[in-house]
Design a protein around this ligand. Structure first.
Ligand code: CAA
Length: 389
């Protein structure tokens, strides 16, 4: 059983949360709808987030980060996602999917070279695991890294790479020994301008439209041996360890989206009148409000609890897979539930692009899919609880 999630926020936590809230309100809220519509990558606001330290909250200051803890990361990300999930996705990938693995498994030189520009917000990082024919079953990837003296030659295609069209650096997982399945996977750090790294077309998406996603193709892409992250064959464990951290980010994103949709629905239910009274006074709407609020608070506790478990695991080098998967599963399904109800409470206005409610609804869906579907989270949780497979 995990510890009780009671953890008072420090003054530093509160300051960071308030800074993120102010920034999101002043800088992101006015442009979120426009960037959602155009699908353009929000370079300027992302740069400003980097200057505030949001792109490397847990990275030590010596590697360009803010040197804060896992809860600080969640608190700041939640505020950004309350306003715009696209900015949240970019922030989450830089912090966790990209930087976390290098900080945990990288050499001193790798941390300096590959984390510093990303954690300080001067560059964008990406994580490439999924392939056209291997998503949930990540151990069946087909891309190959072949040793050639002091180099590796990378070949293959990676799908659904968040920030793929714009990233300066990539963490890439490829087979070095296909016969060994998961134990034949290795991880590599690749600079975006390496010859042979080709960015595929940008994916047109339902939600998080300002976050750019693409395929990334490797065609005889030659990288030095010192760019291997961890040992040969350690890549799958690195990928999974990093996903545990990433899943807390997605739980936080889902929490932020749900909170935004809830707040709008709560206010609308108190103002909009039908049959002579505010619609929130009807039990049919009031009970929706009750369920939305309760599920959001449960999501928050699971998510903060996972962040605290992650922080504790730094000292013990332990795992927090259970906490991370439970938080992601519950928070993402809550985001879908809450945004669905928020559209319903708003009626026609919930369906209109005049309000951000329909954007919250579209943005929520991806949280049940990426960084492990809800089905994969249930698989991780049930395997850990039963030891059965
Ligand atoms: N931490 C450390 N090690 C782990 C681990 C974890 N969380 N999970 C598994 N491992 C280890 C296991 O202990 C095992 O090692 P041993 O044999 O030494 O014990 C090894 O990894 C293999 O584990 P499994 O046998 O459990 O592997 P599996 O093939 O059955 O897969 C899985 C497990 C949970 C289904 C995994 O494949 C998985 O998480 N799939 C989902 C992948 C995913 O989330 N993809 C989305 C990527 S995000 C993206 O691509 C887009 C983007 O930019 C956001």
């Amino acid at each position: 059983m995990t510890d009780l999630p009671i953890h008072p926020l420090s003054e530093e936590h509160k300051m960071l949360r308030d800074t993120a809230r102010d920034f999101a309100q002043k800088e992101i809220a006015p442009i979120a709808a426009e960037f959602d519509e155009s699908g353009e990558f929000p370079h300027s606001t992302i740069k400003k987030m980097g200057e505030l330290g949001f792109m490397g909250i847990e990275a030590p200051e010596e590697y360009g980060g803010a040197g804060m803890d896992a809860l600080a990361y969640v608190l700041a990300l939640e505020e950004i996602c309350k306003v715009d999930a696209s900015h949240g996705t970019i922030m989450s990938v830089n912090n966790s999917l990209y930087s976390h693995g290098i900080l945990k498994f990288g050499t001193e030189e790798q941390k300096k070279k590959f984390v510093t520009p990303v954690a300080s917000g001067k560059a964008i990082g990406a994580y490439s695991l999924t392939e056209p024919q291997s998503g949930s079953d990540a151990g069946t990837m087909k891309s190959r890294a072949t040793r050639d003296g002091d180099f590796y030659i990378l070949n293959g295609s990676k799908s659904w790479v968040t920030s793929g069209p714009v990233a300066n650096y990539f963490v890439v997982f490829m087979m070095t020994d296909p016969g060994k399945k998961q134990k034949g996977v290795s991880a590599f750090l690749v600079e975006g301008n390496t010859p042979g790294l080709v960015r595929g077309k940008k994916e047109p998406k339902l939600g998080i439209r300002a976050s750019a996603t693409s395929e990334v193709i490797f065609e005889n892409c030659r990288i030095p041996i010192e760019n291997r992250l961890g040992g040969e064959g350690e890549g799958f464990k690195i990928a999974m360890t990093v996903l545990d951290a990433g899943r807390i980010g997605i739980a936080t994103q889902a929490l932020g989206i749900a909170e935004a949709a809830y707040e709008a629905a709560r206010q609308y239910a108190g103002q909009r009148e039908a049959f002579g009274q505010p619609i929130g006074a009807f039990q049919g709407i009031g009970f929706k409000i009750a369920d939305m609020k309760t599920r959001i608070e449960a999501s928050r506790l699971l998510t903060y609890n996972a962040a605290i478990a992650k922080e504790k695991a730094k000292a013990t080098n332990g795992r927090y897979s259970l906490e991370a998967s439970m938080a992601k599963l519950f928070a993402s399904e809550t985001a879908m539930f809450v945004t669905h109800q928020a559209v319903q409470i708003h009626g026609g206005m919930g369906y209109s692009k005049e309000l951000p409610i329909e954007r919250y609804f579209r943005d929520a869906k991806i949280t049940e899919i990426y960084e492990g579907t809800s089905e994969i989270q249930r698989l991780v949780i049930s395997r850990m609880e039963t030891n059965l497979r």
